[in-house]
Design a protein around this ligand. Structure first.
Ligand code: CU
Length: 234
């Protein structure tokens, strides 16, 4: 069945050019998609992923060649719902992690270096004691999530990561689809994240959630990569 799905997907792919995938191209603010690449940093990686064999590069922050100079910074409210559009759609099995990093100045000038990234949201697979594994983002055309209400006001990079696991049973072949938006947060509670990591650095190609087999035997547990979702100081 899975191999059937695989061939079906590759059949679809060949209709739109071999091995094209998808991009996170627009920020969603309060349910409204903004323009493609208005607030999301454009990059030079087309619709391709970064494979887990290459994930020690700084491209893991915001994708290959992504810079902030031509990207606007979106005003957003702490605690509101934001998201990313998927262009055209997610068609691999995998998990979502969303991180933020506070810029020391303007988000447009920030390269995301340092132990500054904290996780705010994740979408793990739905497991059933080894009976089944389901990926709720399969076919998704957008991913929405709440911004933490507790965070400090300021400018941030908001980074979405889809980790495709269909080839994760081959070391180095898990696939990261990444996009970064620039946001200026107001109305926040003034808290600092209690758990921050560097990107790259937070992940290793042999992490149990990155090098693993989703097919046989069907997993009974899945360990999300990276740190847990962060808490905030008062
Ligand atoms: Cu693919």
């Amino acid at each position: 069945m899975l191999s059937f799905i695989c061939y079906f997907v590759f059949g679809l792919l060949s209709l739109r050019g071999a091995f094209a995938h998808w991009v996170f191209s627009a920020l969603i603010v309060d349910g409204e998609a903004t323009e493609n690449w208005q607030y999301v940093r454009n990059h030079t990686n087309a619709e391709y992923p970064i494979k887990s064999e290459n994930m020690t590069t700084t491209d893991m922050r915001c994708n290959v060649g992504a810079v902030g100079t031509n990207t606007s910074t979106a005003p957003v409210k702490a605690g509101s719902t934001v998201g990313f559009t998927v262009n055209p759609l997610i068609f691999h099995s995998g998990v979502v992690d969303v991180y933020m990093a506070r810029a020391p100045g303007k988000a447009a000038d920030f390269d995301g270096s340092g132990d500054v990234w904290f996780k705010i949201y994740e979408i793990p697979p739905v497991l059933d004691g080894g009976e089944s594994i389901e990926f709720s983002t399969f076919n998704a055309t957008q991913i929405e999530f709440p911004l933490p209400a507790a965070i400090e006001d300021g400018e941030y990079l908001l980074r979405i990561e889809f980790l495709a696991l269909h080839l994760a049973n081959y070391l180095g072949k898990a696939e990261f689809y990444i996009g970064c938006a620039q946001v200026a947060v107001t109305g926040g509670g003034g808290g600092k994240p209690t758990k921050t990591v560097a990107i790259p650095g937070a992940y290793s190609s042999t992490d149990p959630g990155i090098y693993m087999n989703i097919y046989t035997p069907i997993p009974t547990v899945y360990v999300m990569p990276g740190p847990p979702i962060s808490d905030f100081t008062q």
